[in-house]
Design a protein around this ligand. Structure first.
Ligand code: SF4
Ligand code: SF4
Length: 127
């Protein structure tokens, strides 16, 4: 018999974070992710691929495009810069769904450390 799942209490709070994870420049997308995004915007696979992703020739993968941000240098093209929320939440790529895959978020841990260190609960890390 499978053990009863133990509830994991998240040690991070996305509501207190300016979407730090969405500033990561190498968010990899799969063909399935591109297809899903295409459906969301009623675009063909090629159109979605061209509009929302770019090719990383070094790693030979496709990444989500970025745009300029006022908090971080750049963020994912799908982030709402005011609300700091994903605008394609239901259609977001697999890696976004999976992250963080534990009760800790490394970005949030860093923010929390800096906020405590600088005695500034509102501190936002600029990258
Ligand atoms: S960096 Fe962590 S805490 Fe911030 S939005 Fe992403 S998952 Fe949530
Ligand atoms: S698709 Fe959404 S969750 Fe994923 S990086 Fe972009 S804004 Fe963040």
């Amino acid at each position: 018999m499978k053990p009863f799942p133990i509830p994991v209490r998240a040690r991070y709070s996305c509501s207190k974070c300016p979407a730090y994870c969405c500033s990561y420049p190498e968010i990899e997308v799969t063909p399935r992710d591109i297809e899903r995004l295409g459906k969301r915007f009623e675009l063909s696979y090629r159109e979605a691929e061209e509009r929302f992703t770019k090719y990383d020739s070094k790693e030979k993968v496709r990444l989500l495009r970025h745009k300029k941000d006022t908090v971080f240098a750049t963020v994912c093209t799908f982030l709402d810069l005011e609300k700091r929320r994903c605008t394609v939440y239901e259609s977001r790529p697999g890696v976004c769904r999976a992250y963080p895959d534990s009760k800790h978020c490394g970005y949030y841990d860093f923010l929390r450390f800096e906020r405590a260190h600088q005695a500034d609960p509102e501190f936002i890390a600029l990258t």
